[in-house]
Write a protein that binds this ligand. Structure first.
Ligand code: ZN
Ligand code: ZN
Length: 414
């Protein structure tokens, strides 16, 4: 788990601003859920045999004997909230977005944290393929707006309860004939989570994957038509994509469309920044009404790291324009009121009340990049005046204290 220090906050704030602006443009309302949920929500929703639940979940037992888990992802809790608050009776589709921490027990590695942040979008109550395409478009737009380069959208369909069981049988039948050549993990996956073999990264599993039957050849008519629809909408939105038959996502609740957006960091390395898909059965699985749904999430820490490595500049609106320096007790006392006057006029003023030497204070003003320094010495404090120093030219004016906010405002306009 990691601390987010002041120097990094600008990235998180930038991502938050971009996500919330795009969310409000597309009519999404913000939702927050508790960080703890009943463990059952994830066992049922994400899936008992998935890696997230098996290896990565922070589960705990309370003094009262409740089994809880720190949320490893947001979709299952939001589906729980959809039912709990009777959102099926709201005008459909219900569109929700979120931004905040998740927890997964991961092996420590580059860009992976055990507490990490995600943002995401969920749409409930609409089965049309246009929603799948729009969710992809929204995630893509967020990353574009953050000025991340070399983005690639990958899409696949993993079918539904009509066609997936048959495909899984076909796939495990095929894999059993090659079982001795599979990696250790995949040998287990054949039994418990056969689709995950498709996204195995182990060298020895690659040739086996390449010869495996592909789900796109075995979709039922409904899934096939839906997927075709998604691709047509993506064409229409001018979002280029690759079909990736090995993309399955690690969660049980997906049906039909799944997608991920990668950044090609180099020829050999691409990082998944965002991903999602359709989950038409989840709300019903939790005991709600049959509710088609689709959503996606982005990994904030990875995006922050990428913004740093791609040297994406963030303009900070709240840069210091004016610095207030003071000398002596009376001046220090008056400074608090002056600072307050500037705050009300919405002019950012830096200060360094802990320092008494004028030289040290002016150095600080210089470091912060202030255009003007206000100097309040003992003499000025007695005469209700203040010195305004142009930091570039060194030119100084003496101004009445009650006029200083207006004067500085004028100077900053120039
Ligand atoms: Zn493998
Ligand atoms: Zn199907």
């Amino acid at each position: 788990m990691h601390d987010i220090l002041p120097g990094e906050q600008k990235y998180y704030k930038k991502i938050y601003d971009v996500v919330s602006n795009i969310a409000s443009f597309y009519g999404f309302g913000k939702i927050e859920t508790p960080v703890l949920e009943e463990e059952d929500i994830f066992l049922k929703g994400v899936g008992n045999s998935t890696e997230i639940v098996q290896k990565q979940m922070y589960a705990l037992k309370t003094k009262g004997g409740d089994l809880l888990a720190l949320r490893p992802e947001w979709t299952a809790p939001i589906a729980r909230a959809y039912i709990q608050h009777g959102m099926h009776s709201w005008p459909q589709p219900v569109k929700l977005w979120y931004f905040g921490p998740c927890w997964r027990y991961e092996r420590p590695q580059q860009d992976r944290f055990r507490q990490f942040n995600q943002f995401g979008f969920e749409v409930f109550g609409e089965k049309s393929a246009v929603i799948d395409a729009q969710v992809i478009q929204i995630l893509y737009n967020v990353l574009k707006e953050l000025k991340i380069k070399d983005l690639v959208v990958q899409v696949n369909s993993i079918g539904d309860s009509q066609c997936r069981p048959y495909y899984k049988k076909l796939l495990s039948g095929y894999l059993k004939t090659r079982e001795s050549s599979l990696c250790q993990d995949c040998k287990k996956r054949v039994k418990y989570n056969v689709l995950r073999v498709l996204d195995c990264k182990e060298e020895k599993c690659q040739p086996i994957k390449a010869d495996a039957p592909q789900i796109l050849d075995h979709l039922c008519e409904e899934c096939h038509a839906h997927f075709k629809g998604v691709l047509e909408f993506l064409d229409e939105a001018e979002i280029s994509y690759n079909l990736n038959p090995y993309l399955v996502r690690g969660l049980d609740y997906y049906t039909k469309t799944v997608f991920e957006i990668f950044c090609n960091v180099s020829d050999s390395l691409s990082l998944a920044l965002a991903g999602g898909g359709r989950y038409d059965k989840l709300v019903k699985l939790f005991g709600g009404k049959e509710t088609p749904a689709c959503g996606a999430a982005g990994g904030i820490e990875r995006i922050v790291n990428l913004m740093k490595s791609q040297e994406i500049e963030i303009k900070e609106k709240d840069e210091i324009q004016v610095f207030l320096a003071q000398l002596g007790d009376l001046a220090k006392r008056k400074s608090l009121k002056i600072l307050e006057d500037f705050r009300r006029a919405k002019i950012r003023v830096g200060e360094s009340f802990g320092r008494d030497s004028l030289k040290a204070q002016l150095n600080r003003a210089d470091k912060l990049g202030a255009s003007y320094a206000l100097i309040l010495g003992q003499k000025e404090a007695l005469e209700n005046a203040i010195i305004v120093r142009d930091m570039q030219s060194g030119k100084q004016d003496i101004i009445k204290l009650d006029k200083v906010v207006e004067e500085v405002k004028e100077k900053l306009k120039k």
